[in-house]
Design a protein around this ligand. Structure first.
Ligand code: PDD
Length: 284
């Protein structure tokens, strides 16, 4: 089956899908994106993703390429044309095409790209056995709350994790506090069974999965504090886990090669994972 992409107003074969060499996303990373999970043909937490998209666009002063109604139609059409039942939708908006100049162009039309592909959620074994993370200095800019396509620091971090045989790299700021993973949010559970995750400040992306898991924690009545936690605290935590659209919720059982607690997926992490998967399945 040939894949189809939506590029600046047209549905085109994926092989031929292209943007202009002077697209500002290509030259400056001057654009934003979203990754939305598709389960059973439905978009999971679509409204939250669109709300965050608009926030990112507003922060960068890029106009919306179209209204939400039209955007939802395009995403569904791309899913349909690619026969995606389980997978992801990737949506990207750049400031558009203009002769290279750092300052905003006087007139440019935002360029919207939407693609979709089949992909499986993580192997359930990862949910059962947990994953390893390494830690690296957080070398990114100070607006990580904006879901910008400028991801080279995240790319370097993820590659370092891969080369170390780990699933993710947790980034640590100058104060020794964990900010987040390169494409996931970071969580720990303390000795008194309190779930801790950094508040959604400018140092992290306010994950949609994070928000859904916070809802579950509130609903189920678990103890929660949104505050920074240090690498030292993470390494001596009772449990640790990470969240994202593509990872769902995965227990973290090793940090920098050292086991978290007994090195097994923690019970609260596993419970939260199960409940999150029910949430994703219900949306579908
Ligand atoms: N990444 N932090 C960062 C830096 C991210 O890039 C992501 C998402 C998250 C988790 O956000 P959410 O729960 O909304 O997926 C946290 C996506 C999946 C990606 O870049 O592929």
């Amino acid at each position: 089956m040939s894949r189809i992409a939506y590029v600046a107003g047209r549905y085109v074969p994926h092989r031929q899908a292209a943007v202009h060499i002077e697209d500002r996303g290509y030259q400056f990373g001057d654009g934003v994106y979203e990754v939305i999970a598709v389960r059973g043909g439905h978009l999971i937490d679509e409204e939250r993703h669109l709300t965050r998209l608009h926030r990112s666009l507003t922060e960068l002063r890029i106009n919306s390429p179209m209204g939400d109604g039209a955007l939802k139609i395009v995403m569904r059409e791309v899913i349909r044309r690619n026969s995606v039942d389980t997978g992801i939708v990737y949506l990207q908006v750049t400031r558009g095409v203009a002769p290279r100049d750092h300052a905003f162009p006087k007139a440019s039309k935002p360029v919207l790209v939407v693609t979709s592909r089949r992909s499986r959620p993580p192997d359930p074994r990862l949910g059962r056995d947990g994953i390893a993370v390494i830690t690296i200095p957080d070398i990114r800019w100070q607006r990580c709350d904006i879901k910008s396509v400028a991801l080279v620091a995240n790319v370097l971090g993820k590659q370092q994790a891969r080369e170390a045989g780990a699933y993710e790299a947790w980034q640590v700021d100058m104060a020794g506090q964990v900010t987040e993973g390169t494409s996931t949010n970071a969580w720990i559970v303390t000795a008194d069974n309190t779930v801790v995750t950094r508040a959604a400040d400018h140092a992290i992306l306010n994950g949609v999965t994070r928000a859904a898991v916070l809802d579950i924690i509130h609903r189920e009545g678990y103890r929660l504090v949104e505050r920074p936690f240090s690498l030292a605290e993470a390494k001596t935590a009772r449990e640790a886990f990470l969240t994202s659209t593509t990872a769902d919720l995965l227990p973290v059982v090793r940090i920098d090669g050292m086991p978290v607690a007994d090195g097994k997926a923690g019970p609260l992490s596993r419970k939260l994972r199960e409940t999150y998967l029910v949430h994703a399945a219900a949306a579908a």
